[in-house]
Design a protein around this ligand. Structure first.
Ligand code: 5GP
Length: 174
């Protein structure tokens, strides 16, 4: 569409610097312990790729597919698991890696779903946090950036599968 605009909200260098900080912080908090990183597909795949390298040490990567948006710019509030983990997480230190926490419905659902599988611990790292939009009381343990209530794309985040490959985070205006 000719009229849509993208405005850079978080440039690439700020994203990368913050991810390095998050990685250092997470590794410091977990010491030498192995961490099972659970990427929430698809939005977290680029963030996760950078974050697991920034954390370093003993890391296992797992992926969970969920869908809460269906090609639009507002959540339907319905969370669906589209692809489950390949391996058990019992007794493991799990870190859920999310692209963005918006209403919190997805994260709340994920935490409830994974907690019953008996992990040793479960924490959350989200690249972006839209705290003013929260509908359920759920909080990420590690947050890259707090952002205002605007629809963002890039760095893994899409609109109808477009824009995931932008190296920055941008505000999308139709
Ligand atoms: P929640 O369940 O917290 O409302 O929404 C979480 C999911 O909605 C995120 O994982 C992401 O896929 C999607 N989402 C929420 N806000 C945005 C946004 O501003 N841009 C994009 N592209 N997706 C978003």
């Amino acid at each position: 569409m000719a009229s849509e605009t993208l405005r850079v909200l978080i440039p690439e260098d700020r994203l990368q610097a913050r991810i390095r900080e998050l990685g250092r912080q997470i590794r410091q908090d977990y010491g030498d312990a192995p961490i099972t990183c659970i990427g929430v597909l698809k939005g977290s795949f680029i963030f996760m790729a950078d974050l697991v390298r920034a954390i370093g040490g003993d890391i296992r990567c797992e992926f969970l597919g969920v869908s809460s948006y269906h090609g639009g710019t507002r959540s339907t509030g319905v969370v669906r698991i589209t692809e489950d983990l390949n391996n058990p997480i019992e007794g493991q230190h799990c870190l859920i890696i999310e692209d963005i926490v918006d209403t919190g419905l997805t994260l709340d659902y994920l935490l409830r779903t994974l907690e019953v599988r008996g992990p040793s611990s479960i924490k959350v790292c989200a690249l972006l946090d839209k705290a003013p939009r929260r509908e359920v009381d759920v909080k990420a343990d590690y947050v890259g950036f707090s952002i205002p209530d605007e629809f963002v794309v890039g760095f893994g985040l899409d609109l109808g599968e477009r824009f995931r490959n932008l190296p920055h985070v941008a505000v999308y205006t139709p």
